[in-house]
Design a protein. Structure first.
Length: 112
């Protein structure tokens, strides 16, 4: 994966990308029981039907059963309200140059 990140972008973007990934890394929890949710996506033809919410509920139910933290980064501001409805809270905002905003989000352990 690192090879794709360092070889795919034009050379002039390597330094800003490195800075962006470095900033994101500062928000990563270092709890060994933290679940990192790197990607959730729904085909655009099927968005708005509750599929993303169902995926997130399944993930958070599983994480809650494990008694763990969970963490994600949202690169789409439109998705933040979905994540908030599932207990995630924004813990920062990352922006470099012309990049979009990346919002790191954390969900604390839930007790049942």
């Amino acid at each position: 994966m690192e090879q794709v990140i360092t070889e795919a972008p034009p050379p002039e973007l390597l330094e800003p990308l490195g800075a962006l990934f470095g900033a994101i890394e500062t928000y990563h929890p270092h709890d060994k029981d933290c679940w990192y949710l790197p990607i959730i996506g729904v085909d655009p033809a099927h968005q708005g039907k509750g599929i993303g919410a169902a995926l997130m509920k399944h993930a958070t139910d599983t994480i809650d059963q494990a008694g763990a933290l969970s963490y994600l980064e949202s690169s789409n501001p439109a998705n933040i309200s979905l994540y908030q409805r599932h207990g995630f809270e924004a813990i920062g905002e990352i922006k470099f140059g012309d990049s979009g905003v990346v919002t790191p989000m954390l969900r604390v352990r839930q007790t049942r």
